[in-house]
Design a protein around this ligand. Structure first.
Ligand SMILES: Cc1cc2nc3c(=O)[nH]c(=O)nc-3n(C[C@H](O)[C@H](O)[C@H](O)COP(=O)(O)OP(=O)(O)OC[C@H]3O[C@@H](n4cnc5c(N)ncnc54)[C@H](O)[C@@H]3O)c2cc1C
Length: 300
């Protein structure tokens, strides 16, 4: 009797099932329940979301840097990065959200026990393999730390595989630092945390100034053996990259995460197109030299 796993008809049916599963995952929101709400600072909130039906979510596996489309009935959808991965702990999907417009303001009004729809995960991820035996600089501005947090968790999980690790993080003020309660733990686990703010307040003992300045002054890493993961406002990323190149970090070891207006999330509608790249499916994480040319064109 033929082993069913070698039967082309069975294999083709299994392939078709997988394709149907992927298509369903892409187009149909699955329901999550909000289990925890943490107000990070005014306008920014972190949510722990639990899949409503575990079976329906059995195939869900996201990577660090990927995003979901959050669907709020009556308002629409917004692309939101995973700010922690379900497989790294409690099985929750974590999202940190700034109330910016229709969907995110609507989500800001939700409470523990409320539900919303999720499509995903979508997009590319931080290339953690490229960090092996290398020094790693995680450079974040503002809420740009959210898509980097799963990468930090994974890197610290296998800390011995990597060289020096530094987080360079800039925020508007000491009151708008994301995940500040985790900094001490990250330091203890082997990542040096350097924080800077645009505007100080009485009692602030940290740096004041922009993130690229931290990079210009940083000691304790080998530029020619360093990988950079960077996410934040585009102007911050531009100057960070300039500083990184100025320090001698090879352009081929710099990765950025980009944001563009996202609608379909699967490379069909073109809303997020940047030159020939679709930020939703080719990104949002890009090796910088792949997109440098397009980022240099204003308003593209
Ligand atoms: C890959 C990716 C990952 C992302 N990850 C995150 C994340 O982790 N967390 C997060 O908070 N955001 C994230 N974003 C950004 C988020 O998707 C956008 O902010 C999204 O547009 C929010 O949807 P919305 O409907 O709430 O806002 P929208 O209605 O789309 O509004 C977005 C912007 O437009 C402005 N705006 C809205 N309406 C008007 C108007 N009538 N006139 C003038 N301006 C207006 C708003 O002030 C805001 O600046 C991500 C985006 C991408 C592409």
């Amino acid at each position: 009797m033929t082993d069913p796993s070698h039967d082309p008809a069975v294999a083709s049916e299994q392939g078709a099932d997988a394709a149907r599963g992927a298509a369903r995952r892409w187009w149909l929101p699955r329901t999550v329940v909000i289990r925890r709400v943490h107000h990070d600072f005014p306008g920014v909130t972190t949510y722990a979301m639990q899949p409503l039906d575990a079976d329906d979510w059995a195939d869900y596996r996201a990577e660090a840097g990927q995003f979901n489309m959050l669907h709020l009935p009556g308002a629409g959808e917004a692309a939101i990065s995973l700010s922690e991965l379900p497989q790294l702990g409690d099985g929750f999907l974590w999202h940190t959200i700034r109330a910016a417009g229709n969907v995110t303001r609507g989500i800001a009004g939700l409470r523990v026990g409320d539900t919303l729809g999720v499509r995903g995960p979508f997009g590319s991820s931080w290339p953690l393999h490229a960090c092996r035996q290398r020094d790693v600089l995680i450079v974040a501005g503002g809420i740009g730390l959210a898509p980097l947090r799963p990468a930090i968790s994974l890197l610290l999980h296998e800390r011995q595989r990597f060289g020096a690790m530094h987080l360079l993080y800039g925020a508007r003020s000491p009151d708008s630092l994301l995940y500040a309660s985790q900094f001490e733990q990250w330091e203890e686990r082997g990542m040096a945390v350097h924080v800077t703010v645009d505007r100080s307040r009485p009692g602030w003992r940290g740096h004041v100034g922009v993130v690229p300045l931290l990079l210009e002054r940083l000691r304790g890493f080998a530029p020619d053996n360093t990988v950079v993961f960077c996410c934040g406002p585009e102007v911050m990323m531009r100057y960070t990259i300039k500083a990184a190149l100025g320090r001698g970090i090879p352009i081929s070891r710099i990765w950025v995460s980009l944001e563009r207006n996202m609608q379909c999330a699967v490379g069909l509608c073109g809303h997020c197109q940047l030159g020939p790249e679709f930020v939703c499916k080719d990104g949002p994480v890009f090796r910088y030299d792949r997109v440098a040319r397009w980022l240099g064109i204003e308003a593209l």
